[in-house]
Structures are given as C-alpha cells and as structure tokens.
Design a protein around this ligand. Sequence first.
Ligand SMILES: [Zn+2]
Length: 571
Amino acid sequence: MRPGVDITAYQGNVKEARFGVDFFRRFDCVLNGLDNLEARRHVNRLCLAAEVPLVESGTAGFLGQVSVHIKGATECFECQPKPTPKTFPVCTLRNTPDKPIHCIVWAKEMLFPLLFGAPEASDLNETIGAEGSGEDGGEAGQADDPSFYQRREGEGSRQYAERVFRQLYSTKIEELRRMEDLWHSRRPPEPLNLDALLALEANGGSGSAAPAAKGSACKALGLTDAHAVWDVQQNARVFLVAVQAFLDERADELGAAQFDKDDQLAVEFVTAASNLRAACYGIPMQSLFVTKGMAGNIIHAIATTNAIVSGLIVLEALKLLAGAPAACQTSFLHQQVSGSKRLVSRMAAPTSNPACMVCGTAQAGLVVDTHRMTLQQLVDKVLKGRLALLAPSLSCGSFLYEEGQDLEEDEVTFYRSLLPRPLASLPGGGLVNGSIVEVSDQEQQFKAQLVISHREDWDEEVHPEGFELSGSLPAAEAEQQPAAPTATASEPAALPTSAATAAKGPKAELQETADGVVVLTSDDEEAAEAAAATGKGKRKASELAEDDGQDGKRARVQEGTDVVDLLDDSD
Ligand SMILES: [Zn+2]
C-alpha cells in the first residue's frame, strides 16, 4: 500500500515492561496476531489503558475471526467470558487416567518437571510427592519421596533411567493396584516389566548398548516416522535414551528445564512416557506427531486461513486509520460457505458489557474455602492463573499485599512471608466471608473488586481448582461443556467439521479455542449475529438460537432479549 513505509520491528515478549502503556499510546491502532489467551488479555488491558483501538484476530484450522475493540464504543476483548484451558482432577491424572490426554498431561506437567525441571514449582510436587487426598485414600501418593527422582552419587545415566522407569511403570503401578477401592468399576493398571522389554531388545538384534541421542532419541533409534505409533518396547527404548540424553547432553538445564513443544527431545520424552503409562492402563498409545499436538495445544495452521484473516485485519485497520471507527465490524471466517453463500460473515462490533471486570466497573465474586486456600494459591491460581494479572496487588482493610519491581527488599520479604497463610488467617482479620478485596495491577492498569464467599466441602472432581469465580470473568466453562475448547485445541480431530455440525443439526456454533479465539460455524449466522449483538446472556453454542428453516419457526431477537430465553423458544 505504501512503498515508502518505515517499519520498526521489536522482538520480545509483549508482556515485558518496556512494552507498557506508554509504548502502546504511541500508536493509532494495534493489530493483534497472538497465539495465547494470556497475551491477548494483557494487550487488551494495555489498549484500554492507552485508549488505542485494538484489532484482535485468531485462526483455528479453517476457522478465523477478526474483531475490533474501541474503549467506550465496543466491547473489549474480555467482555465475554473466555473459557480457560481445561484442567483435570489431580486424582484422575495421578491414579485413574482413562484418556490419552490424561497420560500426556501427566508426562508433561508432572513427570517432566519432576525429572528435569524444578520439582517444587511443578504440579507434580503435590501429585507424585505428596499425600493423596480425600476419597482416594492416598496410600500410593505417600510412598514417593521426591528425592527418589534425584540422581544418586555415582549413578550412571542409564542406571538412573532404568531405576526411574521401574519406579514409574512397575512399583507405582503395583501400589496403585493395591488401592482396591479404585478398581471396583475400572480395570486396574498392569505394570510393565523392564527386564522383559530389555530382553526383547537384546534379542531383537538392535543391540543392548543404548546409542547416544545427540538431541533426538528417535533418530538415534531409527524411529523417524513421526506419524507411527511405537510399540511398548520402542517406547521403553525412547524413554531410556531420552532420559539419558537429558542427563548426559543437557546437564546444564537440569533443575530448570521447562517443557517446550518445539523441543524435540522433550516431545520424544513426553510421547514415550505418556505411551508407557497408557500401556499400563490399556489406553491407546499415540504417535509423536499427535502427542506433540496435544501437549502443545496445537491446532495446525492453514496458510489460506491466515492469509484471509490477515486481509480482514487490514480492512478493519483501514477503517480505523480513515477515522471511521463506527464502520468497524466483527468478521467470522467459516469452514464452508454458509447458508447465505458467504464464507465470511460480518456483524457490527458488539457494545461493551457493563458487567465486564476489565472495561466495566462491576465486582466479581470468589467462592473459596478461606481456611484452606492460601494467599499463594489466591495469587497463583486466581489472580495470575484466571485473571491473567502479572503483578497483582491486594488490599482489604488494613491488609495489603503487593508485587512489583518498586518494592523494597524488606517489603518483598514480608509479603512473601504471608503467602503460605490461609486467607482467613491473614493480617487485619483475614479475607473471610463477605470481605471485599481491591485487586489491582499497576502494569496493566487493572482495577477490580473481588467479593469473597466462604464455602467448605469442595468436590475435587467437580472443582479441581477449589474455587469458583462469578461475574463477567473468564470462567472455566471447559468443565461444563463437553465440546470443550481445549478438548478441541488438544485434539485436532475434534474440530467442528461439517460432518459433526450436520450430525447435530443446523446449529450455530460459537466455539472458543484454548488460545481465546472465538470461532463460529453456522449455516445461518443471522441468529448468531443477533445473539452477539444483544451483548447479553451467555453466547454458548448450545444456547444460540437458530433458524432451522424447516418448520418456519424463526428465532427473532428483540432488542434486549436474553439469548437464553430465545433458545428456549427455538428448542
Ligand atoms: Zn470489557
């Protein structure tokens, strides 16, 4: 468009302090092409604070979306709740997995940090290391001392790998089998016999001396087809060689390694470790390619989709730069030509949700057991995990907690000392039932009130996180929706295909992927447009009205009609 244009490229994490509100203020508009929900929410808040229009975008396979967010004129990116990535009950991951994703999450989130990362920072600390909780009895959990997984004095890397293998896939499985209560209605897991697997290896002619991995256990073992599903013996060999490789070739990372989907050896390890667990539990094993996709929440990108969405972004940017923000629209790219013969449907940008905690002024409710949830958990799980804050500050009466770079050393020490304390035991009378907590984040210019409600007796199966947030907040809807966004994201095959859509009837579907993209598939986007235009109610796929075109019943949305009511009519 402008051959003489000057482009200054900045490389780095958009959450870095140098890209703060002042940085954003310098621009006429911001075009987002981010790949995760947290970063999107962060930029949304900075654009609101800087009062700079944001063109937000996303793609998921064939589906795409572009929306425009202008402070005071349209909804912000967070006006509608965004499902958070699905979480799994810890006891399922630890004791009773029944899906491949359970094994993959176990290998990636629990085992990987335990062996190569910082075990105290990993979920696994409370999983493999600590006592079992509640109904599961906890016998199996207690047996593990985290120090078991440290390399012993003079222990060779192969010896270590074999010892860990035996512990995970034999000793631990035998322990679990003894927890009879777990196996009344499930098939108990079967331990693996490493000696038998190694004997196979010796007889198989591949030689028992493990080859040096040199960055890839698979290559070293000749397993070069990423789409092949390895048998148990091959998985065992990859596991051993990959563990050895981490110890021998990447010793400098040990104690701090983090899983990265682009780290070949890490993906190989997670594939083998999760497949071996799957083998114990009679769960289908997965190829390296599929495991990488599931572990990295990857939906494979389609260049054409990205090109179309890029074009749509530019169209909206032109309107903003031409001084016509009112003309901005939200666009949806469909998987197939819709009923109105369009591949792209567009609608006016919805107005803001007054209850939005980010651009509105409403309070949010937090239900927790205030005697059990610690300040650390509140900060990590709720404020950073769910609300995507970077450096939260909390105040309630005389109680104050702060994070950030401007703090004195003694302040940091004092605030840290508060972290292990349960909410109810914090200074100033604690955060208890009815407490109204002011939450803020200087870096994001975020401010909100959190109203605490106390509740005991949490069911870990229903609320694995041990809290409930209400208000217009990113809710863990994944738990309630079978077609959960993360299930979609982690299992590409489950993407809404035309066949799946047809099977469910001609329903409009609003889906959100794990990285926060709303994607809409529909034969008739009118209902969805109308639903979104009301800006009210929950815009879930199951709740969207639809003109089925068969009995002439046409869902109509009056201004202010609640979407939920509308659905009741059409269903
Ligand atoms: Zn908002």
